[in-house]
Design a protein around this ligand. Structure first.
Ligand SMILES: NC(=O)c1ccc[n+]([C@@H]2O[C@H](COP(=O)([O-])OP(=O)(O)OC[C@H]3O[C@@H](n4cnc5c(N)ncnc54)[C@H](O)[C@@H]3O)[C@@H](O)[C@H]2O)c1
Length: 433
């Protein structure tokens, strides 16, 4: 549950105490037995050598205990119970699931900057410990940031985390999140997205955590006939990723009908960009490259890691035949989360599209990418990819009206430039940073 180092070290300490206790217990009984079997009843047999070894053992136990306590306290993620396990007036403690990932780490940074207390839970299946280290170095003070290595599929562990921590709100980012992969391995998606959201929700209900900000996606809408997409557009997802997210939304909405939970569901469009100050970036697992998002592929091509870009589908019913998407900068996206958190109200559900309201074609994206990186990227045009849809862009009116949120970073080239700076400085992702 804790970081591996802490976990093993705590186990060592616990085992040492246990072991020592067992030894003493055994000795205690044998001493009693030998006292009882003394041939001269009523006469105290005093053995000075035994007394000396007993005192020695007491001293050894005390030294070991002191050593364990000192080392545990020095360990980087040692959790002082008073800070993470107790509610504190004026401090909002947010559980950020998937906080080692791309969007989750940016959200954690913003929350920490705004004085929230943050606990990240991540199984590092797709995230990066390097991102957590960046956050920890920026906010080393006790009680600010805690990292818990755990899998949200393990309900028992999740329950333990909720009983040991006093969360005020949950931002549930953790998920597998590739449309292409979801068509090849749908069960993984239903398990990781739908089933794990149920686990998180059950833990929240059981432990009285009353605010949920849920990461959903425009993929829940499928391929609507009418653009732009509003929150009332019927949700007819056409791939397992979108379906799994829609199911998770349904579970949350059904639960919220008879609960006083404050729920905000944010349906993101396509997320790009990175921290303008260059502290965090997007570093997906290399093995996910083939499913990867267009920005990752664009940077990989610019760096020569892949020979060029593969644009899948040129015969869509759009102005240049390539797919149209609404690209939202991650800085804007986390801003929407903070606003959602601040405006969340008990017994209220808010569902919001988070996009710019402007669609850009893949061809336009590639041109912006070439300009941002300064590299003449080679482009191959291929047949369509299963599960993709022609045109998707948002109507962000509702989120502007109700949360006073609007995208500030709507310049595709600028967002890509920022992300490219991080990519250039981190050629091996977080590995070399
Ligand atoms: N990136 C986008 O364009 C986009 C668009 C719409 C919605 N979203 C949603 O935003 C959220 C974050 O996406 P991202 O792009 O940051 O992805 P990411 O892969 O970078 O981050 C996801 C994080 O969740 C963690 N995780 C996955 N399964 C876990 C589990 N069972 N237990 C614990 N941790 C687990 C991963 O290790 C990773 O750190 C997801 O819910 C995704 O569906 C993303």
């Amino acid at each position: 549950m804790l970081m591996p180092f802490d976990f093993y070290f705590q186990q060592f300490c616990q085992n040492s105490f246990f072991h020592v206790k067992m030894l003493n217990f055994a000795r205690g009984r044998s001493q009693q037995r030998s006292t009882r079997s003394m041939p001269f009843a009523g006469v105290e047999h005093h053995d000075p050598k035994r007394k000396g070894s007993f005192v020695g053992k007491i001293l050894m136990v005390a030294t070991l205990a002191a050593l364990c306590i000192i080392m545990l306290k020095q360990s980087p993620t040692f959790r002082t119970p008073s800070q993470f396990s107790k509610h504190e007036e004026g401090v909002t403690h947010v559980l950020v699931t998937g906080g080692a990932g791309y969007i989750g780490s940016h959200a954690a940074l913003r929350l920490l900057r705004e004085s929230y207390r943050v606990t990240i839970v991540d199984n590092l299946s797709r995230g990066n410990m390097g991102a957590v280290k960046v956050l920890r170095d920026l906010f080393p003070e006790p009680g600010r940031l805690q990292f818990i290595y755990a899998d949200l599929g393990d309900a028992k562990v999740v329950n333990e985390i909720f009983s040991e921590n006093a969360f005020d709100a949950v931002m549930h980012f953790a998920a597998v999140a590739y449309v292409g992969e979801s068509t090849m391995d749908p069960l993984k998606y239903y398990h990781n997205i739908t089933s794990n959201t149920l686990v998180v929700l059950e833990a929240m209900a059981a432990h009285g955590v009353k605010t949920l900000i849920y990461s959903s996606t425009c993929a829940t809408y499928g391929e609507p006939e009418k653009m732009p997409i509003t929150e009332e557009t019927p949700q007819v997802p056409i791939n397992p990723y979108g379906k799994a997210k829609k199911m998770a939304e349904d579970i949350i909405l059904d639960f919220s009908k008879n609960s006083d939970m404050a729920v905000m569901i944010l349906r993101y469009f396509n997320v790009i960009g990175s921290d303008p100050e260059g502290r965090l970036g997007e570093a997906p697992r290399p093995e996910l490259r083939e499913h990867g998002r267009i920005s990752g592929a664009c940077f990989d091509a610019a760096r020569g890691i892949i020979p060029g870009l593969k644009v899948k589908g040129t015969d869509y019913n759009t102005h240049d035949g390539t797919c149209i998407r609404d690209y939202i900068d991650v800085t804007d996206l986390v801003d929407a989360h903070v606003k959602a958190l601040q405006k969340a109200k008990p017994r209220k559900v808010g569902i919001y599209n988070v996009g710019t309201g402007r669609g850009r074609s893949v061809k336009e994206f590639v041109e912006a990418c070439k300009k941002a990186t300064g590299v003449e990227i080679k482009v191959d045009y291929l047949p369509r990819r299963p599960g993709d849809y022609a045109e998707v862009f948002s109507n962000p009116t509702k989120i502007y009206r109700e949360l006073n949120w609007t995208a500030q970073h709507t310049d595709l080239e600028e967002s890509l430039k920022t992300a490219w700076r991080w990519q250039k400085a981190h050629r091996d992702g977080y590995g070399a940073s």
